[in-house]
Design a protein around this ligand. Structure first.
Ligand SMILES: Cc1cc2nc3c(=O)[nH]c(=O)nc-3n(C[C@H](O)[C@H](O)[C@H](O)COP(=O)(O)O)c2cc1C
Length: 307
């Protein structure tokens, strides 16, 4: 049975994954924490927490609220900064079998360029995921992902600054996600990941105030799965580069749905916070489905629900 997928077929360095299951940025730290209940080397890839040029403290508390079928977060890209990541995390990743994709975010296009340059030749970094879709930061973030022109400008700048495979992560908080997908595919993205969280909020009716310190946050978890799935299905029609599906994936069935919609791989996010075994259970479930159905290669399932 062949589970491997190539996420950057046109890139000289390539991004070959042993299987289609990876972690979603911000929900699995740097993968270096030693409290994982399973062998993370078995996964297709690990995606790091969103990383900026300087360390960021993130937004004011409270930053997490549970909702029906999901959660709202307004972490605001709290992270250690790229220098610490290169010094402390990358040397650990360099010894791993599982590839690590570094998620980058900035306030300006120059920030993205500088991050891509700094990470270009770092041992242990296999690809970049360009976050132009964070709803929880005031500058940059979603702004870049909200219109095709600025999404193109960031993609082109990162493309020029690195030979690493570049995956651009899209926001669902737009009118037509396919326009943004086409724009980033045309300006050098090797792959597209979608979706980031959906903007939302909750109100404490006793205090008569928003529950999140940042007022609004990003909705994630099972509640957003149908939205994410439809977006993957639509984007798969619009571009011919690999897609990575994300949004509410909690079970192997969810993952297979995204693959059948056109995703080559999937990211597991909020599910890991509810069940730390989720990524490995999803991988094992996909393997079992393939065995039961007599599917030899995962590539036979990619886009299978499209006609
Ligand atoms: C607590 C938390 C932190 C996150 N941090 C990031 C981040 O740093 N960069 C990013 O691109 N996405 C971030 N995300 C978005 C996830 O990677 C993912 O796109 C989103 O949660 C949808 O997937 P899910 O429903 O499986 O969680 C974060 C999500 C959560 C819940």
């Amino acid at each position: 049975m062949n589970l491997s997928v190539q996420l950057a077929p046109k890139n000289r360095r390539g991004l070959l994954l042993a299987n289609s299951v990876m972690t979603a940025s911000g929900t699995f730290g740097y993968g270096t924490e030693d409290d994982h209940p399973f062998d993370i080397q078995r996964l297709g890839a690990i995606v790091s927490k969103g990383t900026t040029l300087e360390p960021w403290e993130g937004n004011i508390q409270p930053r997490i609220v549970e909702t029906a079928g999901g959660m709202l977060n307004s972490i605001g890209l709290q992270n250690i900064g790229v220098k610490a990541l290169i010094k402390e995390k990358a040397p650990i990743w360099a010894k791993w079998r599982v590839p690590v994709i570094v998620n980058i975010a900035g306030k300006t296009i120059d920030d993205y360029t500088r991050l891509a340059e700094l990470l270009d030749e770092v041992d242990g970094v296999s690809a970049l995921e360009v976050n132009i879709s964070c709803p929880n930061v005031r500058e940059g973030g979603t702004e870049f992902g909200a219109d095709a022109k600025s999404a193109s400008r960031v993609t082109a700048a990162v493309r020029k600054a690195t030979s690493l495979p570049v995956m651009v992560k899209l926001t669902p908080n737009v009118g037509d996600i396919t326009c943004i997908a086409i724009a980033v595919a045309e300006t050098g993205a090797d792959a597209i990941s979608l979706i980031n969280t959906i903007k939302g909020m909750a109100i404490d009716i006793n205090r008569r105030k928003p529950l999140l310190g940042n007022v609004t946050g990003g909705l994630s978890g099972p509640a957003i799965k149908p939205v994410a799935l439809a977006m993957v299905f639509e984007v798969a029609d619009a571009v011919d580069i690999p897609l990575v599906g994300c949004g509410g994936i909690t079970t192997a069935t969810d993952a297979i749905e995204f693959i059948m919609a056109g995703a080559s791989a999937v990211q597991v996010g909020t599910a890991s916070m509810i069940n730390p075994h989720a990524p490995i259970e999803i991988l094992e479930g996909v393997e079992k489905f393939m065995l039961d159905e007599g599917v030899d290669s995962i590539t036979d399932l990619i886009g299978a629900a499209r006609c």
